[in-house]
Design a protein around this ligand. Sequence first.
Ligand SMILES: *[C@@H]1O[C@H](CO)[C@@H](O)[C@H](O)[C@H]1NC(C)=O
Ligand SMILES: *[C@@H]1O[C@H](CO)[C@@H](O)[C@H](O)[C@H]1NC(C)=O
Ligand SMILES: *[C@@H]1O[C@H](CO)[C@@H](O)[C@H](O)[C@H]1NC(C)=O
Ligand SMILES: *[C@@H]1O[C@H](CO)[C@@H](O)[C@H](O)[C@H]1NC(C)=O
Ligand SMILES: *[C@@H]1O[C@H](CO)[C@@H](O)[C@H](O)[C@H]1NC(C)=O
Ligand SMILES: *[C@@H]1O[C@H](CO)[C@@H](O)[C@H](O)[C@H]1NC(C)=O
Ligand SMILES: *[C@@H]1O[C@H](CO)[C@@H](O)[C@H](O)[C@H]1NC(C)=O
Length: 281
Amino acid sequence: MDVVYFLFFFLLLVCSGGVKTKTVLEIIQYNNSMRQVSSYIGRHGLSSYFDQQNITAFLPTDRVFRTYHSSVYGYNMSDTVTVESLFLYHLVGRKIQVSDIRDNTTAHSLHPSSYRLYFNILMDGSTKVYSVNGAVLVSTDIIASNGIIHIIDRVIAPVSSAKTLHDYLLKPDMPALEFRSIAMASIIDMELKGNTNNSGYVFTAYAPNDSYLIPTMPEYAKDILYDVSNLEFLKKVVHAHTIPDYVQFLPSSWRSNNKTILHELCQLTNLQGKRGNVCYV
Ligand SMILES: *[C@@H]1O[C@H](CO)[C@@H](O)[C@H](O)[C@H]1NC(C)=O
Ligand SMILES: *[C@@H]1O[C@H](CO)[C@@H](O)[C@H](O)[C@H]1NC(C)=O
Ligand SMILES: *[C@@H]1O[C@H](CO)[C@@H](O)[C@H](O)[C@H]1NC(C)=O
Ligand SMILES: *[C@@H]1O[C@H](CO)[C@@H](O)[C@H](O)[C@H]1NC(C)=O
Ligand SMILES: *[C@@H]1O[C@H](CO)[C@@H](O)[C@H](O)[C@H]1NC(C)=O
Ligand SMILES: *[C@@H]1O[C@H](CO)[C@@H](O)[C@H](O)[C@H]1NC(C)=O
Ligand SMILES: *[C@@H]1O[C@H](CO)[C@@H](O)[C@H](O)[C@H]1NC(C)=O
């Protein structure tokens, strides 16, 4: 009798396993480390988005949500419209396997404003690190019947904005950030101001928050930096913090020991005044 039952269940398992691949939605619902995503989908009625044909879903695990504080990023995770647009930002309307990803490329998300997702590939030693808006792809190419899932190590909405950099610096979406000191500098450089207010131009800017710039910079350094008779210097410093024609998100878990990039930035921002060198990176 026992043997018969055992065989019966065994056959049942084999059949259900072999007959059909699960949809993206089903994989999420069955995976114990995606309970948070699953519960947001259920609570806010988002199932149909994950049952569409030909999608790619970039999904954070539960562990990510435990460290995600919506108060910091200004997203209300109890609000259906907010959660819906946040999750749509994690979806693309075509299949993207990890081998399709190229550095400095973008894909339109299914977000109502069609915001782009940005891909980067960086080297960690000899390992390629793939990231989308800086969220590292930690588990890739989970194939579903209607698309592909990549597991990522952070929630990606907070770093997206419809604003140009110019407008972002004046009014950051993230409530904890203030860039008044940099906005001041952009006014001095009209060319940069024009570029940063142009949605067609891409670049990366390293922008220290006011709290790093204003209290920590000694007066003698401010005198040099904001010297109105030598605006060229301030211009150079601002340019030294930007990479033109390239979108670079720094991945959350990039452990590279390569300090070259930071070192170069540091050298460019060194203030070689009479009282020594100061590096603010
Ligand atoms: C479940 O999610 C984890 C990531 O948390 C992933 O590594 C694993 O491959 C997933 N399992 C299945 C069956 O999709
Ligand atoms: C999904 O992609 C396949 C292969 O590219 C295509 O044949 C099919 O029409 C697509 N389905 C939808 C609903 O877009
Ligand atoms: C968050 O959204 C919920 C549901 O829409 C609303 O009741 C609540 O007041 C919102 N919280 C804040 C801080 O806006
Ligand atoms: C930025 O560009 C927009 C649209 O072209 C324009 O309306 C706005 O005045 C510009 N802002 C600045 C500060 O130049
Ligand atoms: C940014 O700077 C403002 C003003 O100095 C400060 O209140 C805020 O805490 C800073 N935020 C971060 C994330 O450092
Ligand atoms: C990065 O992509 C942009 C288009 O989004 C392109 O104009 C630029 O040349 C690319 N930069 C590099 C270094 O490939
Ligand atoms: C470190 O980064 C620089 C700049 O991207 C690159 O030229 C150099 O080859 C890298 N060095 C190593 C050891 O990866």
